[in-house]
Design a protein around this ligand. Structure first.
Ligand SMILES: Cc1cc2[nH]c(=O)nc(N)n2n1
Length: 277
């Protein structure tokens, strides 16, 4: 808690802005942060106690500013379990946002589609998640509970805010995006390996619609401290589930699709922020 307090005091001393909405930009989706008005940004390396990004496509800046007239703070670049960060570091920014006065967290990520319903370039509004690492002990809330943030035992049956999901689907309809904006279950794996065929089939059997290497841990910590959460996955590839498939996946392909759909995602999220109350 004191770690967070120190970081928050530093930030409060370096900007007059007081964000109500926090946005975590996924792989190659940092475009949104560039569109904020009255920007004030800080390199993660300059912020006390902040971890450093090490993944290509993740810049490493915390950007304060306004989107549709609403005070926001954007993470350009996030931290991943596969980088070797302990989960308390991966999720540290979320508790900083809480102490800054943020009430809503919008989290985006790139993910591979497990369900045939999804195609490359689709957007998946996250209805629920499977926190695979969390099920086997890699949970950000492990260890002594910090009562000043939230309860020892956290309920997650309502993790992804229903009102915001309804609003998002409404916007998709109004913008004519409904052919490629669908709701689904996001499964977090630790990475950095992409799934084997057998793993892909396993996750699909378990009810996951898309799989990625982030997001669930941040959402758990956000819910623990009472933030409303909305998650959006950009489908960057269809996960290979057949042994005779000629397809292959790599990080460059993930980034290429992210770049190609970044502006659409920006339009969608900007409209959503504008209509949040
Ligand atoms: C960011 C990202 C993209 C994909 N695609 C995939 O097939 N499997 C994953 N785990 N991920 N993660």
């Amino acid at each position: 808690f004191d770690h967070c307090r120190e970081t928050v005091d530093w930030l409060l001393g370096h900007t007059k802005q007081r964000p109500r909405i926090a946005i975590v930009c996924g792989s190659g989706l940092g475009l949104l942060a560039d569109s904020l008005k009255n920007q004030e940004s800080f390199q993660y390396t300059d912020i006390p106690n902040f971890p450093h990004s090490t993944v290509p496509g993740h810049e490493g800046r915390l950007v304060f500013g306004e989107l549709q007239g609403k005070p926001c703070v954007c993470m350009k670049g996030r931290f991943h379990l596969y980088e070797g960060y302990p989960l308390w570091k991966v999720t540290f920014p979320i508790r900083v946002f809480k102490l800054l006065g943020v009430e809503i967290l919008l989290v985006t990520n790139a993910a591979g589609a497990l369900a045939d319903l999804y195609h490359v370039g689709d957007l998946m509004v996250i209805r629920d998640h499977i926190n695979f690492p969390g099920l086997v002990g890699q949970n950000p809330l492990l260890g002594p509970n910090e009562e000043r943030f939230g309860p020892r035992f956290l309920a997650l049956s309502d993790a992804y805010d229903g009102k915001i999901r309804t609003l998002a689907m409404e916007i998709a309809r109004q913008f004519g995006y409904d052919s490629f904006v669908k709701e689904g279950v996001y499964c977090m794996v630790s990475g950095p390996t992409f799934e084997s065929i057998a793993e892909a089939r396993l996750l699909h059997l378990l009810g996951a619609d898309a799989v990625g290497m982030s997001t669930a841990a941040e959402v758990v910590v956000a819910r623990h401290c009472g933030l409303r959460v909305f998650g959006l996955s950009l489908i960057t590839n269809k996960v290979i589930k057949e042994y005779d498939s000629q397809e292959s996946i790599d990080h460059l392909k993930v980034l290429e699709v992210s770049q190609s759909r970044a502006s659409l995602l920006q339009t969608f999220l900007t409209e959503l922020v504008g209509r949040l109350e």
